[in-house]
Design a binder for this molecule. Structure first.
Ligand SMILES: CC(=O)SCCNC(=O)CCNC(=O)[C@H](O)C(C)(C)COP(=O)(O)OP(=O)(O)OC[C@H]1O[C@@H](n2cnc3c(N)ncnc32)[C@H](O)[C@@H]1OP(=O)(O)O
Ligand SMILES: CC(C)C(=O)C(=O)O
Length: 569
């Protein structure tokens, strides 16, 4: 049960005393070093840790994306992690420019085993950790501060010695004061200084100091303060690569990582799509794409993001949320009418000026940049409006509705959406459009027509063959254009139709192109639309008039109406 006063149980974080903090004014202008910990922190938190096949696939994926540092496991913790590291080395599967990293606790037998796993590696990062937070010192290890430092420096000495035993490998040393964020800052600096004094890094051969938010305990600005404070107080900063390793317990892992980089971190450890202990590690995809949308290339390649997501889902056996930034199945989709309208208008402006900076409403990134298409951007349900319906007809069926017709037709789609309660696909929209306008062939059906003109006269003579109730008849009329002649022919048959508005365009390209004509006509004082499609523009416009007339006549005979709703059910 939630407490009436949570303060009796939970303590707020203590702010860092850093009145002259510099990080809020900084911007991220170059990407940090990235290290994927999918195969270690990600793997250790899976329901079913990865088998060899999934590990191989994940490693290949990380290499293909462009990671240069990959924590491939905890080889002293499990045989499969050990075997995988051996396979990478023995089968020479690590590309020249990629460095593998492995984790070990600060315990001699685990360190020994770690080096056994790494024998023969071209290059490797050995990552050792011990918990430095006061509660862990007391409850988990039963050590005081000096003993805690001793665990870390003893491990460092042993690692340094083991590195010397295998000089053919290009080694990098990494130390993490686990639970850095809940460790007293001066103690975190003291233990890192002691470890560094043991290892003796130089600016040419730096050691990595990884400062994990093992459990996220505060707002991201607090983490940034801690990182800046650390960087300003640690000795020999120029000999260290300062790395961060945020988790996401408060849901602010991304913000914490970004602010930490502004505060001086050189490197970020995280996972693809944020798998990891509890609520996960920081998601490197989002971090990278956040940089990209600020105009900074992250030096990771997510230009075909969907297969990357599917591969990670396979390896982790965990789904990526449909609303996950930049990749989720629904993140490039707008259902709501006003969003669709704005996107449609923004896309139209962009089509005219494709080199302009990206400025499409509601879309922080061009879906094409991550291999997604525009087709899925707009989807229609009962929350949608005319913009979405017209967009889909235009994009997928080449039908560019005039504005007033799009208003009328969106009501047809709205009725279907509300009745079914489901998403309406572009195919369903086209079917509704065909039912409502194109297939209106009763009572009049246009079978054919012939046009004649006289020399030196603008007048055209039209003969239109129509079918009505199974019988064919010829209607005749004359006018200055084919449509005017057809209106005359209908008038002679007792149907007074007045053209109010007319639009036409080609549909498709090349030899297969068709013409589509839209008319708004007035019949017996009422305005109504009609649409016709044909290879010939004249036939398309006559069919459009017939469509409008038949719709008008159907309204007088309700039994013939409502075809659309039935067809879609
Ligand atoms: C925040 C992180 O993600 S850290 C990484 C966590 N990952 C893993 O733990 C991977 C899987 N782990 C394992 O397979 C095992 O825990 C092993 C092989 C590493 C160690 O196994 P065991 O020796 O059986 O120890 P166990 O699992 O019970 O861990 C607790 C012991 O480790 C010690 N320990 C824990 N962390 C550290 C550390 N960083 N340095 C030194 N000792 C440590 C504890 O003090 C405790 O020792 P004790 O038994 O003397 O009290
Ligand atoms: C080992 C360390 C870096 C870790 O995974 C954590 O603190 O979350």
């Amino acid at each position: 049960m939630m407490l009436a006063d949570p303060a009796v149980k939970y303590r707020p974080f203590v702010p860092v005393d850093l009145p002259d903090r510099q990080w809020p004014e900084r911007r991220i202008e170059t990407p940090p070093q990235w290290c994927s910990v999918d195969m270690r922190d990600g793997n250790q938190s899976l329901i079913d840790p990865m088998d060899m096949e999934r590990k191989r696939r994940f490693f290949q994926l990380l290499v293909a994306v462009g990671f240069k540092q990959i924590e491939v496991g905890f080889p002293s913790a499990s045989q499969i992690d050990f075997d995988f590291v051996r396979e990478l080395i023995e089968e020479d599967r690590v590309p020249e420019d990629v460095t593998i990293q492995v984790l070990t606790q600060a315990r001699p037998h685990l360190i020994e085993r770690t080096f056994e796993a790494l024998e023969g590696a071209r290059r490797a990062i050995v990552h050792v950790y011990n918990a430095t937070d006061p509660m862990f010192r007391e409850v988990v290890f039963g050590v005081d501060k000096n003993q805690c430092i001793q665990i870390a420096t003893d491990a460092t000495s042993l690692i340094k010695q083991k590195m010397a035993e295998y000089p053919q490998t290009d080694w990098t040393f990494q130390y993490s004061p686990e639970l850095f964020t809940s460790t007293e800052l001066d103690f975190a600096v003291a233990i890192v200084d002691a470890v560094a004094a043991t290892y003796v890094p130089t600016p040419e051969h730096r050691m990595i100091v990884n400062l994990p938010a093992t459990v996220e305990i505060a707002t991201p600005n607090h983490y940034a303060d801690q990182i800046e404070w650390f960087c300003r107080h640690v000795k020999n900063r120029e000999s260290l690569v300062v790395s961060v390793h945020p988790h996401n317990d408060r849901g602010t892992g991304i913000a914490a990582a970004e602010l930490a980089v502004m505060a001086g971190a050189d490197r970020v450890e995280g996972t693809l799509f944020g798998n990891g202990e509890r609520t996960g590690n920081v998601d490197i995809v989002t971090l990278a794409m956040n940089l990209y949308t600020q105009g900074v290339h992250p030096e990771l390649d997510f230009s075909n993001i969907t297969p990357i997501m599917r591969e990670v889902e396979h390896c982790n056996q965990l789904p990526v949320h449909p609303r996950h930034p930049y990749v989720g199945d629904l993140v490039f989709t707008a259902f709501s009418g006003s969003h669709q309208d704005a996107i449609k208008k923004g896309m139209a402006v962009r089509r005219d000026n494709p080199q302009a900076p990206w400025d499409v409403p509601y879309l922080p990134i061009d879906p094409l940049d991550v291999g997604r298409s525009y087709e899925a951007v707009i989807r229609v349900n009962s929350q949608s409006g005319k913009g979405g319906v017209s967009y889909l007809l235009e994009q997928e069926h080449g039908i560019e509705l005039p504005r007033r017709l799009s208003i009328e037709f969106s009501q047809v789609v709205q009725t279907v959406a509300e009745r079914t309660g489901r998403e309406i696909t572009s195919q369903m929209i086209f079917q509704a459009f065909a039912d409502e306008y194109l297939d209106q062939t009763q009572p009049y059906t246009l079978i054919n027509h012939r046009l004649n003109s006289e020399p030196d006269s603008p007048r055209l003579h039209l003969e239109a063959i129509i079918e009505q109730q199974g019988k064919r008849r010829v209607l005749r009329g004359e006018g200055n254009g084919p449509l005017a002649a057809f209106i005359k022919a209908l008038a002679a048959d007792g149907q007074d139709v007045e053209i109010i508005d007319y639009h036409e365009h080609a549909r498709g390209q090349g030899a297969d192109a068709e013409a589509i004509a839209y008319v708004e006509v007035r019949v017996k004082g009422a305005a109504i639309f009609g649409v016709g499609i044909d290879e010939s523009i004249t036939s398309a416009s006559m069919k459009a008039v017939i469509s409008a007339l038949n719709r008008h006549l159907a309204r007088d005979e309700p039994a013939a109406a409502n075809v659309t709703a039935e067809t879609l059910s």
